[in-house]
Design a protein around this ligand. Structure first.
Ligand SMILES: Cc1cc2nc3c(=O)[nH]c(=O)nc-3n(C[C@H](O)[C@H](O)[C@H](O)COP(=O)(O)O)c2cc1C
Length: 374
């Protein structure tokens, strides 16, 4: 007789696309957690468009190219990764599965992929580092109004072997996510980085007596006056490179470089912040031109196929990140589900590269994609 755990693993290993994992996750996650992860801001125009944006491009393949040994490797800020597809920072992953970021980071490390841990993660900076010690990892920073707390987060990430600080800049206020409001559900979850080692909750206003933390209230304690002027202080607090996440305007990309960013991450926060914001995919070419080789450029939002990643790379991104597919993999089957999501995306990317006549990511060029006919 097969156990429930075996059945879950069987089901995720037979998933043949990310869409299959999404369906499994919807069956397994609580409706509240599902709405939290799946939802976007207001009318979800930006969220909806993120899933169709990639369909506006078509490949222009080259033929009779020797494609034996297609190679998906690249480097991110000097560190080699096996695939140009990383895990975007997603808050409170224990909502999807009790193993949370432990499972996601382990699956990423097993796939040789970059894992970016959220400030508001279920598991702490140190727990995740210990779970996947050899995996490439970055730490995503929300700047709290308690500056000492922010500085401490940066120091903890550096001490725990994270390779970069990813400063998220598209959350000056919280986006209005109506699915959650309609449910009237307060998102009270344990957040690993807000519990001091002695078990006492730490984080000023967001502290609650039961040790749980209200995520929205916590994000309300972020530093409201955050501006370009603060970047020098953040850079001075660490020797790690700084990535600026949430840029859509080419002038902001330029400013990021001028303020010492090593990379610019083009993103609209998965359609969860400013509804009707442009798609990262449509903004990336102007950002790449503005950056002009002075920093790396990544993109996220709506990547659901290996071929989506390939389109983004043809438009100039060095790599892509994706959030929901891995969290839905987690909800579908824990670490095995995230691993399956990686396998699917990597195989799709390899196949698309071979069919496009490109052996390496460096060979993928703008001329390999064209706008779809109207
Ligand atoms: C449930 C959820 C929580 C998120 N939490 C964070 C976060 O804590 N920090 C952050 O910088 N971005 C966060 N994001 C945004 C992601 O990093 C990423 O920009 C977005 O998910 C990309 O879109 P995709 O889900 O279509 O791949 C979150 C996204 C989701 C779906």
């Amino acid at each position: 007789m097969t156990s429930r755990a075996d059945r879950v693993i069987d089901e995720v290993t037979t998933a043949i696309s990310i869409a299959d994992l999404v369906r499994l996750a919807e069956q397994r996650m609580t409706p509240e957690a599902w709405d939290y992860v799946a939802g976007g801001a207001e009318d979800e125009v930006t969220l909806g468009e993120s899933l169709t944006a990639f369909r506006r491009y078509r490949f222009v393949p080259r033929v009779l190219v020797d494609i034996s040994g297609v190679d998906t490797r690249t480097t991110l800020l000097g560190r080699e990764v096996a695939v140009p597809i990383g895990v975007a920072p997603v808050a409170a992953q224990a909502l999807a599965h009790p193993d949370g970021e432990i499972a996601t980071s382990r699956a990423a490390a097993a796939s040789g992929a970059m894992f970016c841990l959220s400030t508001v993660s279920s598991r702490s900076i140190e727990e995740v580092a210990a779970a996947a010690p050899s995996g490439p990892r970055w730490f995503q920073l929300y700047v709290n109004e308690d500056r000492r707390f922010t500085r401490r987060l940066i120091e903890r990430a550096e001490a725990a072997g994270y390779d970069a600080i990813v400063l998220t800049v598209d959350l000056p206020v919280l986006g209005y996510r109506e699915r959650e409001k309609r449910r009237g559900w307060e998102l009270d979850v344990s957040l690993g980085n807000f519990v001091a080692p002695d078990g006492a909750a730490a984080a000023g206003e967001a502290r609650q007596t039961d040790g749980e933390v209200d995520l929205d209230r916590l994000l309300d304690t972020r530093h409201l006056g955050l501006s370009w002027d603060d970047l020098a202080g953040i850079r001075a607090a660490t020797s790690l490179p700084l990535v600026i996440k949430g840029v859509l305007h080419p002038d902001d990309a330029r400013l990021a470089v001028e303020h010492g960013a090593a990379a610019v991450w083009v993103s609209n926060h998965g359609g969860r912040q400013l509804d009707r914001a442009v798609q990262a995919l449509h903004a990336v070419e102007a950002v790449v031109a503005a950056v002009d080789g002075r920093a790396e450029v990544y993109l996220d939002g709506g990547v659901r196929r290996g071929s989506d990643a390939l389109i983004a790379i043809a438009l100039g991104a060095r790599a892509v990140f994706t959030g929901r597919p891995f969290v839905f993999g987690l909800g579908a089957g824990g670490e095995a589900g995230v691993g399956r999501a990686f396998d699917i995306l990597r195989e799709e990317l390899e196949r698309a590269m071979a069919l496009l006549g490109t052996r390496t990511l460096a060979e993928v060029r703008r001329e390999h994609v064209a706008a779809a006919a109207p």
